[in-house]
Design a protein around this ligand. Sequence first.
Ligand SMILES: [Zn+2]
Length: 381
Amino acid sequence: MLKSFEIKLITSNNNKNILNKTFMEFNSACNYISEYAFNNKIYDKYFLQTFIYSDLRDNFNLSAQLTVRAIDNVCKSYIIDKKVMHIFNEYSALVEDNRSLNFKNNNIVSISALNGRIKLNYISRRKNKINNKREDINIPHNRNNEYYIIKRKNDFYIEIPYNTENKEIKDPLNVIGVDLGIVNVAVDSTGRKYTGNKIKKVRNRYKNLRSKLQRAGTKSAKRHLRKLSKKESRFQKDTDHIISKEIVSKAEGTSSILVMEDLTNIGKKTVVNKKYRYMHNSWSFYQLKSFILYKAQEKGITVVFINPAYTSQECPVCHYINKNNRYNRDNFKCLKCGYKNEADYVASLNIKNRVAVNLPIVAGIIYDRLICPAASSHALA
Ligand SMILES: [Zn+2]
């Protein structure tokens, strides 16, 4: 998975000046290349280099390396669309590579700029949103050989694209089922509930505020509403980060694979109930799921998605399926064997057990460690 990592440069006025001029020079070179490429219909960087490299060196004040980057930058932009000539504005990203940009000791980065290289400090510590502690930035290894220097509000940043490694755990020892829900944000098959009255309280507070503002309907109320929704989505994001981190850490610590419901095709199924309809349209649910996925990928933890049919109605002990097993929203009692537990926890057990049907090889390794036997496949028919 390609992600990007951003660090902020510490720049004096003089350095800002040099960087500004470099941006302008780089992007006007890009425009020159773009015009040539478009008029001659040449979009291959090696051909372009043969035709205009010496022109560029004569007319622009860029290093050899930045000249090559500019050509490459233009060619990449034409991969997507060749119908119109591409125009770069003066602050489009400045592209550097492993030769034109190097990280040195003591938080110094050396960058190829106009009239030579400049050395800049960068901010090397940042606050961890999850525990509020300041920690060192670990710059990821950049295998793509490309750095983007970008400008925002008179500050400069280096954006580093990198691939996260997707290593597989060879011998998972355990399985953790995770049920994402409305009442509880998530419940896992170890019995941990990720809910917290804090979330409910905050949500209610926002809800009340929102309806007050909506009733007011004034201009300033509308402005406040927009602010509020930004705040709310930030809160949601932080919450989703905390929950996904805890789930993934647990999986890492117990050598587990994670199992979740695959709700992507649920619209076609007849078992669609309120929960799935809600989740299918819920941004927060999507966000939490994708946070779990990418954090798991980074740690090399396998995530398996299973068919969600009847996960809330099946008994995890005797596998009897009946919608009356879940006699109310929060509680489950099997009509056949009498097994009793909280409904969301029961669902997480069913999710966990279904990995045996979906992934027999993994299940073979962990089958004997499962608390409950695998779910019968008739539930999935
Ligand atoms: Zn039962």
